[in-house]
Design a protein around this ligand. Structure first.
Ligand code: FE2
Ligand code: FE2
Length: 307
């Protein structure tokens, strides 16, 4: 986006929102989302646009939020009915589509998730969520501390921000949205299960005679995973056998497998287990891609990770 395009977008958003105060918040959120995206290697333009458009429906009355959500066939939960204001996030994504022609699902997802979070938040979702919660003009005791954390460890910042938000709502006698509970599960519980998942992957790989097993703690530098487990198989047949064993053990131990890539080719099989991503390489591919050099600098070799 050029400077001119950005100014144009700003003008349109300003008109759409219609309130100076809320527009200023929007700009601060966009700015912080951009900074966080840079910090974590996420797409800066998407972060900027999601930040700019996240609150398009924020000033709608409860009734208008309910009516317009209903008119668009959006699912309205019991929690939404009791707290219609939260609908501004999902309705906002619809407005971004309709009025700004945004069809990029990653941007829309970040807009949808910015208020309540959810159980499958992506890095960009988390960035926009944190930028919205922690922008400099928000006034609450832990804000500055959480902002610092957001720039050093995205996972920890999500955990702590969710904790702070739910504590605030709990103190005000409000219930927690199911989406927020799922986000807490995503960022908190999965962390406490991390050592078990690493062990499951390691054991499965060892069982199939995987070699040179390395565990890289990514130390909050990505939200894609907390940890990489890297393992070598002597041939494509062996890498597939190792991958099969990892997938089977993970499922048996109750962990989800989000996706698998490269299985047919077998030179580099990636198994995304959420907080752990297992990479199974042939020796040649492992040397060629050298993930340990790419990601290992500065990352601790995680022999023991406290939960
Ligand atoms: Fe909002
Ligand atoms: Fe906002």
């Amino acid at each position: 986006m050029t400077g001119v395009e950005f100014v144009r977008l700003g003008k349109r958003v300003q008109t759409e929102i219609g309130q100076r105060h809320r527009y200023a918040h929007t700009l601060r959120v966009a700015r912080m989302a951009v900074q966080l995206a840079r910090r974590y290697g996420e797409d800066v333009e998407r972060a900027r646009v999601a930040g700019m458009l996240h609150d398009l429906a924020r000033l709608y009355s409860d009734q208008r939020l309910l009516d317009e959500s209903h008119a668009r066939g959006l699912w309205i939960s019991t929690f939404d009915r009791e707290h219609p204001r939260v609908l501004h996030a999902r309705l906002g994504a619809e407005l971004a589509k309709e009025r700004f022609g945004i069809n990029d699902e990653r941007i829309l997802s970040a807009i949808r998730a910015h208020t309540l979070g959810n159980g499958s938040m992506t890095a960009l979702d988390a960035i926009v969520y944190l930028a919205d919660s922690l922008e400099p003009e928000r006034e609450f005791a832990e804000r500055a501390e959480l902002e610092r954390l957001a720039f050093s460890d995205l996972h920890a910042a999500m955990r702590e921000t969710l904790r702070s938000t739910t504590a605030y709502h709990g103190a005000s006698g409000n219930s927690i949205a199911p989406e927020t509970a799922a986000a807490i599960e995503l960022f908190h519980t999965r962390r406490s299960k991390l050592p078990d998942l690493i062990e499951t992957v390691r054991e499965a790989a060892e069982d199939k005679k995987g070699e040179d097993i390395a565990v890289l703690d990514l130390d909050g530098r990505t939200i894609v995973a907390d940890t990489f487990v890297i393992v070598t198989g002597r041939s494509n047949v062996q890498t597939r056998a190792i991958a099969d064993a990892i997938i089977e053990s993970a499922k048996k131990d109750g962990f989800g497998v989000a996706r698998t890539e490269g299985y047919l080719d077998g030179n580099w099989i990636l198994i995304d287990l959420g907080s752990v991503v297992a990479h199974v390489f042939t020796p040649e591919s492992r040397a060629f891609y050298n993930l340990e050099r790419l990601w290992g600098s500065g990352a601790r070799q995680a022999r023991a990770i406290e939960s």
